[in-house]
Design a protein around this ligand. Structure first.
Ligand code: NI
Length: 170
């Protein structure tokens, strides 16, 4: 397994809309990519990672919101079938390091997706898992949680990140 480099805001590649995963995409290389994404996510550490963030523009993501870090979930070609209510949660993102902000999301969602072997499943999610699924699905559209902030706050995020990068480079 290997750690993959994670793209960081404002990298324009994060704005790519990912394409559907096709039956022909379920190759051994795809399985390795999924394993590498889990390793990268756990090492970061993070609770979710979309393929877009490692510069693979396919519609899938890996998630584990469990305390014990032992409930890995893979969502391929995810679709929200139903949603209910709203919740506001403090979100962060491995592509926007060191920044968190409150974002409004659906409280409960029903999601249809394929697992890592291409088998279809449905899941009802609420709380943190629902937030995480919606956050990662945004990545597949080329959207980031900072897009929901006011232009002024987005500019602050941009400045803070470029300052962090200068410190890291020094
Ligand atoms: Ni993210």
């Amino acid at each position: 397994m290997a750690l993959l480099p994670i793209l960081e805001f404002p990298d324009p590649r994060l704005r790519t809309r990912a394409r559907e995963v096709l039956a022909s995409d379920f190759t051994p290389e795809f399985q390795t990519l999924i394993d590498d994404m889990f390793e990268t996510m756990y090492a970061a550490p993070g609770i979710g990672l979309a393929a877009s963030q490692v510069d693979r523009h396919l519609r899938f993501m890996v998630i584990d919101v469990s305390e014990e870090r032992n409930r890995p979930l893979v969502f391929v070609n995810p679709r929200i079938l139903a949603h209910e209510g709203t919740q506001v949660c403090e979100e962060g993102c491995l592509s926007v390091p060191g920044i968190t902000a409150e974002v409004r999301r659906h409280e409960k969602i029903t999601v249809a997706a394929l697992d890592r072997n291409g088998a279809p499943f449905e899941i009802d999610a609420d709380g943190l898992l629902a937030v995480c699924i919606q956050h990662e699905m945004d990545h597949l559209e080329g959207r980031l949680f900072v897009d929901y902030l006011s232009p002024l706050k987005q500019e602050m995020v941009r400045r803070r990140l470029s300052k962090q990068r200068r410190v890291r480079a020094a």
